[in-house]
Ligand binder design. Structure first.
Ligand code: MN
Length: 397
């Protein structure tokens, strides 16, 4: 049994105002090719299929076309869960049609419905709340336990006093994990942040900013009896736990200019006859663009940079120029369609000390706000409560 694990496609996304759909079309085709060439038996997409709750018609078409190709005429199950960017209901609305093609669009923790498929390489045989079991022609059995993006809001629950999200997630995941058996290959799928993660401290600091420490799920809670855990949400490929096989596949697009060094991959996991992971292979995607933000102080410098960076998407920032000729900018945009943003910084801004909200932590912003309104700093208790609430809001967002 061989699975392909991918996540965070963010179909329909833009960088600044630049629509990335053409690039995503190529990446989707590349993923289909990999699945075919590697003769993958099953595909798992661990959330954030779309970039927004209301994807464009073009984004939806690309997703439907790609899922249909991936399922290989119903021979290869494709399991998709909702990420925080997906509207769980909108995603699962198409399940009623998708399931006839061996495609499963899971938005919520409910019983996964399947069609009666026959004479296909891998067919669904039974299901329950959050899980589904498949059987291959060779007789291998696979159970996939799904947990779409978990938040109190999505699971229609009110956070109780002293309750940790991580503990609740463990409870919510239970009915899905109940599908696992000793005689099956057991695969868990979710879209969340977990710790500890095996990445450099700078990256980890970024994740903490995104999720707030309160929103991280202890990886111990994910281990359970899964032979492989396919995660989404973090756009870098990370092996959280190589012994228990907990992986983030990473995304398939670089959305931000600070992602410059990130490469995109899918993961391919092979299971042996004893249901254990035999090998996990990372396959790099060649179509996602690299992004670079470049500061230049003259037109000559800009052109020299652009001549050797035609393969990247570029944000050009002119510094130390009193006046940039709009004709020159037009010319750059015409000759270098990969330049997606041009901006001009007023001279000497670097000499001034400007403190913006970007330089402050959420705690500092809150304290400054309370001090401004009341004349004194907030009590520690109030700050803690505020940060807890913020962490949940940010996590959901
Ligand atoms: Mn994402």
């Amino acid at each position: 049994m061989r699975i392909l694990h991918t996540a965070d496609w963010h179909i329909g996304t833009r960088t600044d105002d630049y629509l990335r759909l053409d690039e995503q079309r190529k990446t989707c085709a590349e993923i289909v090719n990999i699945a075919n060439e590697k003769q993958v038996d099953m595909v798992i997409i661990a959330g954030d299929l779309y970039d927004s709750f209301l994807p464009s018609a073009d984004a939806e078409k690309l997703v439907f076309d790609t899922l249909l190709e991936l399922c290989n005429d119903g021979n290869r199950p494709v399991i998709v869960i909702a990420g925080n960017h997906d509207d769980p209901r909108r995603l699962s609305n198409a399940h009623v049609f998708a399931s006839m093609h061996n495609i499963y669009l899971v938005g919520a923790m409910e019983k996964i419905k399947f069609a009666n498929l026959k004479n296909k390489n891998v067919v669904p045989v039974k299901s329950g709340v959050g899980h589904i079991e498949f059987k291959t022609k060779a007789g291998e059995k696979v159970v996939v336990a799904t947990m779409p993006f978990p938040s109190y809001y999505r699971y229609k629950q009110i956070k109780k006093d002293g309750e940790q999200l991580g503990d609740s997630i463990k409870e919510w995941f239970k009915p899905a994990l109940a599908g696992f058996r000793k005689d099956t290959i057991n695969i868990a799928v979710s879209h969340l942040l977990t710790y500890p993660v095996n990445c450099n401290p700078d990256e980890f600091a970024n994740y903490e900013v995104v999720g707030g420490a309160i929103s991280f799920v202890d990886r111990e809670n994910l281990v359970s009896q899964a032979d492989y855990t396919a995660l989404g949400h973090i756009h870098h490929q990370i092996a959280i736990d190589k012994i228990n096989h907990i992986y983030y596949s990473g995304g398939t697009i670089n959305k931000f200019f600070d992602d410059v060094s990130v490469k995109n991959h899918v993961l391919i996991a092979d299971f042996d006859s004893k249901h254990k992971v035999k090998k996990v292979e990372s396959v790099e995607l060649t179509n996602p663009k690299r992004l670079q933000s470049q500061r230049v102080s003259s037109m000559e410098e800009a052109l020299n940079f652009l001549k050797v960076n035609t393969d990247k998407l570029v944000r050009l920032i002119f510094t130390d120029m009193d006046f940039v000729n709009p004709q020159d900018i037009k010319k750059i945009k015409r000759e270098y369609p990969n330049v997606i943003t041009v901006s001009v910084e007023p001279k000497k801004i670097s000499d001034q000390v400007v403190v913006t909200k970007k330089d402050l932590s959420t705690k500092e912003i809150f304290e400054k706000f309370v001090e401004h309104k009341t004349g004194s700093l907030p009590e520690d208790e109030l700050t803690t409560l505020f940060l807890e609430l913020m962490a949940e809001v940010v996590y959901e967002a």
